[in-house]
Design a protein around this ligand. Structure first.
Ligand SMILES: Cc1cc2nc3c(=O)[nH]c(=O)nc-3n(C[C@H](O)[C@H](O)[C@H](O)COP(=O)(O)OP(=O)(O)OC[C@H]3O[C@@H](n4cnc5c(N)ncnc54)[C@H](O)[C@@H]3O)c2cc1C
Length: 353
């Protein structure tokens, strides 16, 4: 399929949909291209017990609040997927599914967006491809012969019953997966530094408020409040809190290498492992932008707000705080989507960029 639109949005997860909502309101002609056959972005792929770290009313995209979750606790990933599917329908967002963008390149003063089914041409591009698709695993010397997985491969504790499992990572995924396994597997939880729990009352809404205060402080020349990172790394969602308070989450420092049987620590201690689960994070999925030859710093393209510094008609949405405060969260992406679309509209109206 070959087509043209003023703006092409790459990725139809929450960030792409928030951009679509804003583009629709701005009256700009656009299309959203998404590699997956179904709506929901990365939320389709989380583990079975994955839940939001905030209530529904604090997990909304612009325009339409997430409906209340009918069950106990915070909403499930399934609830988020249903919301995203309904959101897309409600605003009649033009999402073309099953279309993977392979390359974005310059074609005179417009972009050529190449997909596995054809080409699109656009005056501006919003890249909103997320991070789930680019797992990060640190290099570890030694030849472990057991099973190794990443967060993206983990579904639930059942298959690990009675096994010796090492979970690596002191962030939210590591803590949640460790808590999920604690009663079922023989768990060793390994973190690079002692886990830093956020105060128990802090949820996603409070995190967003902290991120917003930081942005305001920086914008008005006030001292850096250190934002969320100053508070801790792990949101103490109920299952994590319960496992921690029951003494089931006892972290150990990072090991130094593997032998064939499992990890080996610097003091020489060893641990048999049937499986290692690396909860060591993600990197932005940006390979489709390679033909633009933009300089990257540690996998990130330098931006001013969401706009790529070296390519002003290219915007990056989601991914992390470097594209806007809390841009990779449901509640936060609306604000950065609005800023991106306002910037695009001004650029297209004035013929800038
Ligand atoms: C374990 C975990 C728990 C989290 N919990 C919360 C939480 O409680 N609350 C919260 O607000 N946030 C949470 N987040 C963060 C955040 O909401 C998610 O990471 C979110 O999925 C990011 O949305 P996105 O639209 O940027 O990316 P994604 O959801 O990854 O969507 C990107 C879309 O782009 C498509 N795509 C990718 N590459 C291409 C390509 N080349 N061509 C075409 N399409 C492409 C993908 O198919 C996908 O549909 C959590 C994240 C993780 C990992």
């Amino acid at each position: 399929m070959t087509g043209a639109a003023r703006v092409v949005v790459i990725g139809g997860g929450q960030a792409g949909l928030a951009a679509g909502y804003r583009l629709r309101r701005a009256g700009l002609d656009f299309v959203i291209l998404d590699a997956q056959a179904q709506p929901g972005g990365a939320w389709i792929h989380g583990w079975d017990s994955l839940r939001l770290f905030s209530p529904a009313q604090h997990s909304s995209l612009p325009g339409w609040p997430m409906p209340p979750y009918p069950g106990p606790g915070y909403p499930t990933a399934e609830h988020v997927v249903e919301y995203l599917a309904a959101y897309e329908k409600r605003y009649e967002l033009p999402v073309r599914r099953g279309e993977t963008v392979t390359a974005v390149s310059r074609d005179g003063d417009r972009f050529q967006v190449s997909t596995d089914t054809g080409n699109w041409f656009a005056e501006a591009v919003i890249s909103a491809t997320g991070t789930w698709w680019r797992r990060f695993l640190p290099l570890m010397p030694g030849g472990f012969t057991g099973r190794q997985l990443h967060t993206v491969d983990y579904r639930g504790p059942g298959e690990f019953a009675g096994q010796d499992v090492v979970v690596v990572g002191g962030g939210n995924s590591g803590a949640q997966i460790a808590a999920d396994l604690a009663g079922t597997a023989n768990l060793t939880w390994v973190t690079r530094r002692p886990p830093r729990y956020l105060p128990d009352h802090i949820d996603g809404k409070a995190l967003f408020d902290v991120a917003t205060r930081r942005r305001q402080a920086l914008q008005t020349g006030k001292p850096d409040t250190a934002g969320v990172a100053g508070l801790g790394d792990i949101v103490a969602v109920p299952p994590v809190r319960e496992a921690r308070d029951a003494g089931l989450l006892r972290p150990r420092e990072m090991f130094a290498r593997f032998d064939s049987d499992g990890p080996v620590w610097t003091d020489g201690t060893r641990r048999h492992a049937d499986a290692i689960i690396w909860c060591t994070g993600f990197r932005p999925a940006l390979s489709h932008l390679a033909p633009l030859r933009l300089r990257t710093t540690r996998g990130r393209i330098p931006t001013e707000g969401t706009r790529a510094v070296a390519e002003p008609r290219l915007h990056l949405l989601g991914y992390g705080d470097w594209t806007g405060p809390a841009s990779a969260t449901l509640i936060g992406v609306g604000m950065t989507a609005r800023a991106a679309v306002t910037d695009i509209q001004t650029t297209l109206d004035t013929g800038g960029g």
